[in-house]
Ligand binder design. Structure first.
Ligand SMILES: Nc1ncnc2c1ncn2[C@@H]1O[C@H](COP(=O)(O)OP(=O)(O)OP(=O)(O)O)[C@@H](O)[C@H]1O
Ligand SMILES: [Mg+2]
Length: 363
């Protein structure tokens, strides 16, 4: 997928800006606060219908404006053109158009323009709470597997219902039959989500290993799925997962009623990242932490590309900070040939296959 051109109108700091990146690696450089990340965020809107780091639509509206408009023109790897428009007016729901057709649901955009990001805020994927790692898996899988997104949305609805029931059980006595029905529904969806996640993690790891090998830093990565069901989900045969979870639900029923919430399932699971057999979160240096996240994202890029047949856009915010020269060169080497990458940095970067553009020249 190639972004041919994006036009920003009243988006964040930019009243008007046009950006046409080149086919390979483009570095957008400029001083702090000059609006480089704002440009990546605008591209992110056109691919995933939302800003970076869970920012709100109204936060992206220029302080002095009543609406913003983004127009992104893309060409996929088969040469088919796609135009995305995102418009937002103060206090009105945003509207998204693909080739002038308005989308009924924002989720219809997901997966149309595959996109992988790296940003310093995302370091919390490696060193933050389990929720961040669940979100990572859910986002990555939703881009490559439509059924996963459907299951996930349904799971969230069933979870809400079951939690409501657990609260009611506590106050008005026990409606065992209903609880059993909701537990079964929840477990069915949980099983398909967990199975998809396990398969995804295994595939992802298959891509992370060669990335690290090519980086040639002598660091060995590891990754595993930790299930709230107690045992490592990897150890349970797929056919046994349902009965295992149902059994666990029976065992923890008193705790669930006491806590008024569902205590098992993919909404409680986690990932463990390791390098050189230690927990990345606890022992990696700042640069190693960044390298780990970048390796995960490089791996994800290839995985999405192989799954969808479309090379995703690669948006990398503030990629170079805290990395030594050797790491930077190795990473750029891997980005070369990975399709279109747009990187922000405070200083220009010259090298083979890299075009540097000053943010000031875009205004
Ligand atoms: N809604 C908005 N309206 C107007 N200006 C905004 C809005 N949101 C953010 N800004 C301004 O945009 C600037 C930040 O832009 P951005 O984060 O893109 O900078 P940057 O070039 O990436 O900087 P750094 O090198 O520090 O990462 C800030 O000065 C901020 O005040
Ligand atoms: Mg920035």
């Amino acid at each position: 997928m190639q972004l041919q051109e994006i036009q920003l109108f009243n988006f964040r700091k930019h009243k008007e800006l046009v950006f046409a990146p080149s086919e390979g690696i483009t570095v957008v450089y400029g001083p702090n606060g000059s609006g480089k990340t704002n440009v990546l965020e605008a591209i992110h809107y056109c691919t995933l219908a939302r800003g970076l780091n869970r920012s709100l639509d109204r936060e992206c509206l220029n302080f002095d404006a009543g609406y913003f408009l983004l127009t992104g023109n893309f060409t996929d790897d088969r040469g088919i053109e796609l135009s995305v428009k995102v418009s937002y007016e103060k206090n009105v729901e945003k509207k998204i158009f693909i080739n002038s057709d308005e989308l009924k649901k924002y989720s219809q955009l997901i997966g149309r323009i595959p996109c992988v990001t790296f940003s310093p805020m995302e370091l919390s994927l490696v060193n933050g709470s389990p929720q961040e790692r669940r979100r990572f898996m859910d986002n990555a899988l939703s881009q490559t597997n439509k059924c996963y997104l459907d299951d996930l949305l349904q799971y969230r609805r069933v979870l809400l219902q079951r939690n409501t029931l657990l609260c009611a059980v506590n106050e008005k006595g026990m409606d065992r039959e209903s609880l059993e029905v909701w537990t079964e529904k929840l477990t069915q969806l949980a099983c398909s989500i967990v199975s998809e996640r396990l398969a995804f993690i295994e595939r992802l790891f298959g891509y992370i290993e060669p990335v690290y090998e090519q980086l040639g830093l002598g660091e060995v990565p590891g990754i595993s799925y930790r299930s709230a069901a107690g045992r490592h989900a990897n150890d349970i045969a797929p056919g046994e997962l349902f009965s295992f979870m149902m059994q666990r639900f029976r065992e923890i029923e008193p705790q669930e009623i006491y806590r008024k919430q569902s205590l098992l399932g993919p909404h409680r699971d986690d990932l463990v990242f390791r390098f050189n057999d230690t927990d990345v979160k606890k022992y990696a240096s700042q640069g190693q932490l960044r390298t780990f996240l970048i390796a995960v994202k490089l791996a994800l890029h290839t995985l999405v590309s192989d799954t969808t047949g479309e090379r995703p856009l690669f948006l990398l915010d503030d990629l170079f900070s805290e990395l030594d020269g050797k790491r930077i060169e190795k990473i750029l080497g891997q980005l070369e040939g990975a399709g279109q990458s747009i990187i922000t940095a405070t200083d220009r970067k010259d090298g083979s296959g890299v075009r540097s553009v000053s943010i000031e020249d875009l205004l």
